[in-house]
Design a protein around this ligand. Structure first.
Ligand SMILES: Cc1cc2nc3c(=O)[nH]c(=O)nc-3n(C[C@H](O)[C@H](O)[C@H](O)COP(=O)(O)O)c2cc1C
Length: 539
């Protein structure tokens, strides 16, 4: 994919996805309540490779009550896979991390405009509560039919403002339909939870309701700041500008005092109660369990505005991998690597990988270190990853550069042969519960599974032999291979020239020469399996 400017609105994103074969139109009738999310779900549960996933644009949507919607619904158009996310950034996949790092240090403030596209259609006053009106006009899908208590907004940016400093926050928080003009909004109150919740506490203190505008769909770079964990005193709209490389267009909301993305698809404005909380949920959560009913925020809707040709955007979340975890993974990993490299100056750190399938990124983090990284730096890295955010890094494992953290089998192999639990494992008490069904006191597990000394080679045929065999494999018309690292042998420092000579002789059919050499070196009075290097100086 060649680099181009990030799409300025969601329609441009859909156009580019379609051009790249990353979007599928589904024109058959689909029920938003029972079929829409489950169909998308098969892309994640059906054994497809990540690269085969597409955005699904549903053009013929109805509700379980038979109501037909003109507004199409799209799922997966933000991040069904990293390529789709990269399309939203206007860069190739490999540059996503770099662009995030640059944007965080070079934010570009937004510009405010009038007559914004997001206010082409305005629903206020009595139209919010007339039968079938208000929120019921929108084709809001049910994410986890069978468990969820309502249709939910998922591709959200909840815009709020600090009542003291005026600094804006934008967070992706779920919001469930409660009435034609009321939503149940969940802003996490745990440590390093939602920035919007910090604002809510301030409005509560002042005895005021909190103005909030929930954006559903806008330019991907703006959407991408929603799940990213930025500092509370940082304007996410300016970081979005940094991601795009140009200022984001904003406008005044109609009924609340907030500046919002002007090019949004749909905006739901309202006031959040700071006195009364309302039961919200159950809702299928990204930690892999259903969140049970909890008292959460209640938002009285004051206006719904949208583009004339709005698309309803939804995110597939719940059990990972999901669109939600792809979005978080590509954004969080550079944040952590940046912290370890730039803030803590950890020597030898080369990569951070957050474990995605089922565990949802936050609890399990792998750090990759260059060969020979000092042990003290490995431990500083482990501590740094475990403490950057209260909710991330419950289990941190350091591995060497030859172990691909995406291959958890390789990580287990490394733990099995390169760590000695009594020396290389540390359990630290008193960690916050984090995101998950069980709160309460938790702890941290750090494991140094890096190679501490030089090690013998990986026991597979070396690269040229595996490559030649692959050519034969293909000649024979066997099933297409997708090589899984490690797929060839390589040295890990502990080796001798003599053994290279032996191996070379062997592949030239001269193994008898090796036998002559070893016959000369026979020794009496040894126990079998005595390493030769204990007795001889093998070069
Ligand atoms: C699809 C999706 C749904 C999410 N739902 C919630 C939610 O309901 N409540 C919440 O506090 N965080 C939720 N998150 C995580 C937050 O977006 C994330 O913690 C982010 O950092 C919040 O931004 P903030 O730091 O500006 O609050 C969700 C993330 C995604 C991608």
């Amino acid at each position: 994919m060649s680099a181009q400017q990030a799409p300025a609105d969601f329609h441009e994103q859909l156009r580019r996805l379609e051009e790249r074969g990353l979007l599928v139109r589904i024109d058959r009738p689909i029920c938003k309540d029972t079929e829409l999310h489950p169909l998308m779900r098969w892309q994640f549960q059906g054994g497809l490779h990540e690269s085969q996933r597409k955005a699904f644009l549903y053009t013929n949507v109805h509700g379980v009550d038979g109501r037909k919607y003109d507004m199409p619904v799209v799922v997966g158009a933000l991040a069904a896979n990293p390529e789709i996310y990269a399309t939203g950034m206007g860069v190739p996949v490999e540059q996503i991390g770099e662009v995030w790092t640059r944007a965080m240090s070079n934010p570009i403030p937004p510009v405010s405009i009038t007559n914004p596209p997001c206010q082409e259609v305005v629903i206020t006053g009595a139209d919010l509560t007339k039968p079938g009106g208000g929120l019921a006009c929108l084709p809001v899908p049910i994410s986890t039919p069978g468990f969820d208590a309502a249709p939910y907004f998922t591709a959200t940016l909840a815009v709020t403002k600090d009542p003291e400093t005026g600094v804006r926050n934008m967070g992706t928080y779920r919001a469930g339909l409660k009435a034609l003009d009321r939503l149940g909004v969940r802003m996490a109150s745990r440590l390093s939870g939602a920035g919007g919740y910090q604002h809510w506490l301030k409005y509560k203190e002042r005895g005021e309701k909190m103005p909030c505008a929930i954006i559903i769909g806008c330019s991907p770079v703006v959407m991408f700041t929603g799940p990213q964990k930025l500092r509370i005193d940082e304007d996410e709209m300016a970081v979005a500008g940094g991601l795009a490389g140009y200022p984001i267009r904003t406008c005044k909301a109609l009924t609340v005092d907030l500046e919002i993305p002007a090019d949004a698809e749909i905006v739901v404005e309202g006031l959040i109660d700071t006195d009364m909380l309302e039961p919200e949920g159950p809702f299928g959560e990204s930690h892999g369990h259903v969140a049970l009913e909890g008292f959460n925020l209640s938002m009285q809707v004051t206006a719904i505005t949208h583009r004339k040709k709005a698309v309803f955007v939804s995110i597939v979340s719940q059990v990972t991998p999901s669109e939600s975890s792809v979005m978080k993974k590509v954004a969080y990993e550079p944040l952590f690597l940046n912290h370890l490299k730039k803030d803590l100056n950890v020597k030898g750190i080369s990569r951070v990988v957050m474990h995605e399938p089922l565990s949802n990124l936050r609890p399990v983090i792998f750090l990759q270190f260059k060969q020979g990284a000092p042990k003290t730096e490995v431990w500083r890295g482990l501590q740094g990853a475990a403490t950057l955010q209260a909710q991330c890094g419950k289990i941190c494992v350091a591995v060497s550069e030859d172990v691909d953290p995406h291959n958890t089998d390789a990580v287990f192999w490394s733990m099995a042969y390169r760590s000695n639990p009594i020396e290389d494992v540390l359990v630290i008490p008193n960690r916050a519960g984090g995101h998950g069904p069980k709160g309460g006191n938790n702890s941290t597990l750090l494991i140094d599974a890096t190679a501490k000394t030089l090690m013998p080679p990986l026991a597979l045929p070396t690269k040229p032999y595996m490559e030649k065999a692959k050519v034969i494999w293909e000649e024979l018309g066997f099933p297409t291979l997708s090589p899984q690292p490690p797929w060839h042998g390589y040295e890990l420092g502990d080796w001798a020239k003599l053994w290279d000579e032996f191996a070379e002789n062997a592949v030239q059919g001269k193994w008898i020469e090796n036998g002559l050499n070893t016959y000369e070196r026979r020794k009496p009075d040894l126990i079998p399996e005595t390493p030769v290097r204990k007795v001889e100086d093998v070069k």
